[in-house]
Design a binder for this molecule. Sequence first.
Ligand code: CA
Length: 374
Amino acid sequence: MSSSAKVLGGMVLSLLLTACTGMEMADIEYGILGQQQLDESCVIVSGEHRGYYFGINRCLQNNELKQALHNRIKDHKVLPYTRNTGSYPSYFTKHYITLGNFAEEVPDRFDVWDAYVVFATKGANPYYSGVNCAAGKLLDWYDYRCYDTPNEIMSVSSGGQQDPGSADPLVAPTPLWGNEGVYNREHSWPKSFFLASSASGYCQSKPEITGNSDYYDYRAFTDLHHLIPARKSVNETRGTCAFGIVAANDTHFPRESGAKFGTPAAMANYSFSSIPGCSSNKVLEPPPELKGDIARIYFYIATRYYTEDDCWKSNYQVTKASINLWLETVLRDWHAADPVSADERVRNDWIHRIQGNRNPFVDHPEWINQIADF
Ligand SMILES: [Ca+2]
C-alpha cells in the first residue's frame, strides 16, 4: 500500500472508530489510535479480551503505551469500603449475578467485603501449590489459611478487619502472635502512599467509600485490583514495609506458604540502612506462586493512576504512582518467574465485572516488556 493510501486508510478507520466508539481526539493523541495504527499488525490485538482492548495500538512503547492503557482502564466504578448497616440480604449471590453487563450500576450495598465473597464463591482464589481453598473459602495471600466466607462477612461489624470464626487452615496453624484469626482487606500498595493531609487533587474525604474522613485517593482506597485478603497480624506487621527479597527471616516466618518477612537481601539499586515508614526495616517476600501476581498488581496501579497521582506520596519505594527502580527490578524478576495463572485470570474477570476495568498485564503480560519504566 502506498503511503498516501495508508494515510487515507488510517483517516477512514479513525473516523469510523470515532463514530462507533465515541472516542475523542484526545484518545487518538494518546495513542489509542496513533499513527502506527496504519500498520494493521499494530491495530489487531490478539489474545484475551480483544474487545476490551479494541483500538489499542499494541506497537506503542513506554509512556505512550502506558498512557493508552491508562485511558482504557481509568474511571473505574468505585465501590464503598464497608457498607454493612442493616441486615444483609440472604440472596447475596444475586448481588453480582445481577450485575449483568459491565456498564450496569453496582448495587449500593455491594462493598469490598462482597467482592471477597465473589472471589471465594467463584473460585478466584490464587492457587498455591498443594493448597486450594474449598468452594466458598477465601485464601489468605500471605499464609496457608482458608477463611470461612460469606457467613462471617454477613455479620461483619468492624470496618477494617474480619474475624473468620472457624478459620480452616489446611496446614495446622501454629498461633504465634496476636490477631491470629482476623483477616483484613490489605492494600498491597500501602494506603498511606495516597493519603493527603488535606483535600487536594484526587485525594478527598469520602467516608461513604473509605469508611473514615481522612483524605485518601478514594478511588485507590477500594480498588479491588490491589486489595488482597491477608491475616491481620501479618498486615499490621508489614505496615508500609516494601515487598522485597528476604535475607534473614523474621522469627515469625517463613510460614508454610513460603512467605517471608525479614531483613532485606542485597537487591540491585537498593541501599537503605533505615527504611522510612517501616519501623522494622524489613521487607515482605510473598509466596512464590504470588510473586508474579503482586508484580502485575503494582504495574496495574502505576498505569491506572499514571498522570492522576498529584496528591500521592513519594518515598523509597515509589515516586507517587511510579515504582522506584530497585523495587521495579525485583517486581520484573517476579513477573518473569511466576507467569499469569488461570486463577489470576478468573480474579481479573470478576474484578472487571464488579468495578468495570481490567488489569491489562494479566491479559497481555507481553506489554510489561514494552514499558521500560513503571
Ligand atoms: Ca501466580
